[in-house]
Design a protein around this ligand. Structure first.
Ligand SMILES: Cc1cc2nc3c(=O)[nH]c(=O)nc-3n(C[C@H](O)[C@H](O)[C@H](O)COP(=O)(O)OP(=O)(O)OC[C@H]3O[C@@H](n4cnc5c(N)ncnc54)[C@H](O)[C@@H]3O)c2cc1C
Length: 406
């Protein structure tokens, strides 16, 4: 294994761990630093689509991950009285070679970490990145909150939506709150009667009561998560915690209006227990002109660079694409002098896909809220062609070659 380059990665979330494995595959050494004492256990289950599963396959952990998740091919949409009206493709074994996969984020992190251990990649917990100290044409130095320092050829901020590394590139830039909070809870699927002929996950839309998402988790589908979104003002960290702790209030919100939906919704909300309630405030990072410093030694990726609206179901999937293509680009960049140019091509290529996704996500968000909160919703729902091939089946190696040739 060649170790001529040495990259420090801040954050052992999905982007950090996928980056470490992708770099390793390209013969580039890295060390990962994570503020938490243990892997972050947030976010319930996420939906992976073929673009991400393909990357897991290349990294050699597709099969173990597949075993842990619930396989599905589309998000289905139904009206308030249960009539099907739309499908949103999230995978297809037949078309792309991979299904969509609902999997707990913590399980995915566990598998990625196990692979890092197997490959000898060092992940250090309890290390909070504080600031960049210096950057030259060949190296970067930084400081952790505990006062210790580090040095590497490059540093990548994979430190999430509230990224500290980003503040080196864009001081003062803050993520925008989208005024939407998702509230959800997991219940045993055995507590509901699944309507005959329905396929899951499903979003049930009502003009006046919003939308419920019902999505199975676990490989056998034995758990069902029920989610509803509400409009809300931004809160600080303590404020979000207070809302999360108000379990009864969240359950009451989930139950409100459930009677207007098919019975499966009422059965599901009745089965909720306070311990399974979770919330997810939707933030978005403003578009940035650069994800890499002028000397090319400090970059950001994943949610730190472009957290996109969750309604696309692509946040995690795009994080995988970022990390994998970053490693391919770095591996093809032999000369330090070409580093900034190569990474700016990488950003341009990635941003194009993100931009397209943001348009898609906006449309999806409108579809899940009542018309009263979304003037023009009808126009958007009727107007979009949800052909997902461009998104779900990219040839990432070819894409990188095209970016490099630009
Ligand atoms: C409830 C929920 C449901 C979701 N559902 C989906 C879905 O269905 N489909 C989908 O594609 N995406 C989904 N997402 C989005 C997806 O989880 C994110 O896009 C993805 O996790 C972002 O990964 P990341 O590694 O960039 O950031 P993060 O996951 O935020 O990881 C950042 C890591 O950096 C660490 N860190 C932060 N600051 C520092 C520091 N100063 N020093 C050291 N370490 C630091 C953090 O502790 C964390 O471990 C969901 C997210 C949530 C919360």
């Amino acid at each position: 294994m060649a170790t001529q380059k040495n990259i420090a990665i801040i954050g052992a979330g999905l982007s950090g761990l996928v980056l470490a494995l992708s770099l390793h595959q390209q013969g580039i050494a890295s060390q990962v630093y994570e503020v938490r004492d243990a892997p972050l256990d947030i976010g319930g289950a996420i939906t992976l689509s073929p673009n991400a599963l393909k990357i897991l396959k290349k990294l050699g952990i597709y099969e173990p991950v597949l075993r842990e998740g619930y396989q599905c091919e589309a998000f289905h949409f139904r009206t308030q009285d249960g009539q099907p009206f739309d499908d949103y493709e999230i995978g297809s074994v037949e078309k792309y070679g991979y299904p969509g996969l609902r999997i707990y984020r913590k399980v995915l992190i566990r598998e990625l970490q196990a692979e890092c251990r197997k490959k000898g990649i060092q992940v250090t917990f309890g290390k909070k990145f504080a600031r960049i100290l210096s950057e030259s044409d060949t190296a970067v130095t930084w400081e952790f909150e505990d006062g210790t320092r580090g040095e590497a050829d490059s540093l990548v901020g994979a430190d999430g939506i509230h990224s500290r590394v980003r503040s080196y590139l864009h001081p003062g830039l803050e993520p925008d709150f989208m005024n939407v909070l998702a509230i959800g809870a997991a219940i045993p699927t055995s507590r509901v009667q699944l309507p005959h002929g329905w396929t899951f996950p499903v979003t049930i839309m009502s003009q006046c009561h919003g939308a419920y998402i019902l999505a199975p988790n676990l490989s056998d589908g034995s758990e069902l998560v029920i989610v509803k979104q509400r409009r809300i003002e931004e809160h600080d960290r303590a404020g979000w915690k207070k809302i999360l702790d108000d379990k009864e209030g969240n359950i009451a919100f989930l139950r409100e209006g459930a009677g207007a939906f098919p019975d499966v919704v009422s059965q599901a909300v009745e089965a909720i227990t306070p311990d399974s309630v979770m919330i997810w405030p939707f933030y978005q990072v403003p578009k940035m002109d650069r994800w890499t410093s002028a000397r090319g030694r400090v970059s950001i990726l994943g949610d730190a660079a472009h957290a996109i609206p969750p309604s696309s179901g692509q946040g995690a999937n795009q994080v995988f694409e970022d990390a994998y293509t970053f490693a391919l680009m770095r591996a093809r960049c032999q000369e330090a002098t070409t580093l900034t140019s190569v990474l700016s091509k990488w950003q341009r290529g990635r941003q194009e896909r993100i931009d397209r996704l943001i348009v898609l996500a906006r449309q999806m968000n409108v579809r899940r809220l009542p018309e009263s909160s979304n003037p023009g919703a009808e126009e958007v729902i009727g107007g979009e062609d949800f052909n997902m091939g461009w998104l779900l089946n990219p040839d990432l190696e070819k894409m990188v070659d095209e970016w490099l040739a630009m």
